[in-house]
Design a protein around this ligand. Structure first.
Ligand code: TEU
Ligand code: CA
Length: 572
């Protein structure tokens, strides 16, 4: 149908506050810094901002380890700074979505401090405590199962004072909350209402499909077979996850006009229908990871890989999500976020010759699909991966845990691992935002918490705003088109290739067919993912044709030039 639901219209811009704009010279981004950049975002045409966590945190995982859900992280500022940001954003027609991290808290949260103090604490069952499976000959306790955490060797940490293990799917400083406990669920619903009553416009929900665990905690067969990769899949899509989300929706979300997006690793399109179905009463959309896995390691090292993707795989995965959810659920659309390497390096070509063209090509390919597009800070500038020459220059705990896991154990050579980190590490997305060519790219007057990408000298907002052919103005045009062309939102999707087994590994082309009031309109989207000119001919889909957008200044027939992307609009 051609009705447009509120969450389907806007593009969402993700800010990683630590790296966006420092305002007080401590080298760490903060809320006043964000407020000072709202005009830039308004110029881009942004209507919704998703803030990565800004709550009080010891920053073991840069805010994804929360110690107080109702206080602002001191490095980022005060609650007054947040209220000011909310107010200033509202003046510019910009809404703010918060990051809800409730699969786990920080181990410095008062709930956990109380819980670990005594088996009889009223907070004990806020977390997952288990007796050891036994003891080794030397007396060391054996964890309840073999799960590997995303950021440390075991998902179980021994707590000697009360002689039990607690579960942490992520770092030892991120104990998992026990969602089986109805009191925990009510605590979460209360903190959600606290922020919604302040006027936030919704939540991105961190690993929300991990909150229901199989209470028998079975061993991870992959680990039993020798894998060293994390066991998140063992907690994914658990027995009560939809019950919990339906309860959250019924008790909280349904009482507000909000945007919700669940971050859900290890899901298929079939799961997506359950989490984001229009009639499911759970979430409005999810971040799936299947297109993020197309360049995973062929050697069992999971995301740690420098293997180049095959466009056929990317097309197959994205087209499946488009077709399986089309008309029944809603997709998010993203190439980048704070956990992923920069798309122009990963899926495009970050050489000086092709960086701008390929960044625009990738943006076109993504934004014309059906779903809500997400733009990650710096993506609109065509920021690239950072390629640090030593692991010590990276900050991310995931990178350092991986180095210990594979290099210190001798499984992977240092140079090979550094190549994997350069291609896949999260810090590629976390180097500070590049505002100008001046020192530290105008991000800070102090020393940045993480080194900048040296390419800020030529890749920065000031340069982009002065160049009408910059990636910035291309994104500005995409966001404008989304407001002008309803078919971009409601049109059905048709891949111009065999969805199950695409044959064209050079061009990503697809159609959008207008429905309802846009009946008779067809968009033809063409993208050359290579640095070669290609002969490709396409059908026409109507008597009238207009060129909606192109990353070249002129148009040609039958030929797609290197990284050329363009969209024709046909009318019957
Ligand atoms: O990420 C969840 C998640 O699946 C990531 O661990 C992802 O698999 C990995 O980082 C890919 O490189 C969320 C947040 O986005 C991430 O920043 C947090 O570290 C994590 O949860 C724990 O809160
Ligand atoms: Ca600061």
């Amino acid at each position: 149908d051609s009705t447009i639901r509120p969450f389907q219209a806007p593009v969402v811009y993700q800010i990683y506050p630590r790296s966006f704009q420092d305002s007080n010279g401590d080298g760490i981004g903060d809320l006043p810094g964000i407020t000072s950049r709202l005009d830039y975002l308004h110029k881009l045409g942004v209507e919704v901002i998703w803030l990565s966590p800004i709550y009080e945190s010891p920053n073991d995982d840069n805010g994804y380890d929360i110690s107080n859900y109702r206080k602002i992280m001191p490095e980022f500022g005060t609650m007054e700074d947040f209220d000011e940001l909310l107010e200033q954003a509202k003046k510019r027609g910009i809404r703010i979505v918060m990051d809800l991290v409730v699969n786990h808290t920080s181990d410095e949260h008062e709930w956990f401090i109380e819980a670990k103090s005594s088996r009889d604490s009223q907070y004990r069952d806020y977390y997952v405590w288990k007796d050891p499976a036994g003891f080794k000959d030397d007396g060391t306790p054996i964890p309840p199962n073999n799960w590997i955490s995303a950021f440390s060797p075991s998902a179980w940490e021994w707590e000697p004072a009360t002689e039990q293990f607690y579960l942490h799917l992520f770092s030892t400083k991120q104990p998992d909350l026990n969602w089986e406990n109805p009191t925990v669920r009510e605590e979460v619903y209360d903190l959600m209402r606290f922020w919604l009553d302040k006027g936030v416009a919704g939540f991105r929900m961190d690993v929300i499909n991990l909150i229901s665990k199989d209470q028998t905690f079975p061993d991870d067969p992959a680990v039993a077979a020798g894998s060293k990769e994390n066991s998140l899949v063992m907690a994914a899509n658990g027995p009560r996850v939809h019950e919990f989300l339906a309860e959250m929706n019924q008790k909280v979300l349904s009482h507000y006009e909000v945007l919700t997006v669940g971050e859900t690793p290890c899901v298929t399109a079939e799961d997506g229908l359950l989490y984001a179905g229009f009639d499911r009463g759970e979430l409005q959309m999810i971040f799936q990871f299947e297109h993020m896995d197309v360049d995973a390691s062929p050697d069992g090292f999971g995301k740690w890989s420098d293997t180049r993707f095959d466009l056929k795989d990317l097309k197959r995965v994205l087209a499946k999500w488009q077709n399986d959810l089309g008309g029944r659920a809603w997709n998010s659309l993203y190439w980048n976020n704070h956990d992923q390497p920069r798309a122009v390096s990963r899926f495009g070509n970050d050489s000086p010759q092709w960086r701008v063209l390929s960044a625009k090509m990738l943006a076109t390919t993504l934004h014309f699909m059906q779903g809500t597009p997400y733009v990650y800070q710096g993506e609109e500038l065509g920021m690239t991966n950072v390629y640090f020459d030593s692991v010590d220059r990276y900050q991310d705990l995931e990178i350092h845990d991986t180095w210990a896991k594979y290099v210190e154990s001798g499984i992977i050579e240092p140079e090979q691992m550094l190549s994997f980190i350069s291609a896949s590490g999260r810090d590629n997305a976390r180097t500070p935002m590049q505002w100008s060519a001046e020192e530290n790219a105008g991000f800070t007057t102090g020393s940045p918490w993480l080194e900048l990408n040296p390419r800020y000298a030529e890749i920065n907002a000031e340069e982009a705003l002065a160049d009408k052919n910059s990636v910035f103005y291309f994104y500005q045009r995409l966001l404008q088109l989304r407001r002008q062309e309803p078919v971009m939102i409601t049109g059905t999707f048709e891949l111009l290739d065999d969805v199950a087994a695409p044959s064209d590994s050079e061009v990503f082309a697809y159609l959008r067919h207008g429905v309802g009031e846009q009946e008779g309109q067809t968009l033809l989207v063409m993208a050359n993912f290579t640095d070669q000119p290609l002969q490709r001919s396409f059908e026409t889909y109507g008597s009238e044709r207009s060129l909606l957008i192109s990353n070249y200044s002129d148009d040609t027939e039958e030929t797609l030039r290197p990284y050329e992307a363009k969209v024709y609009k046909f009318r019957k």
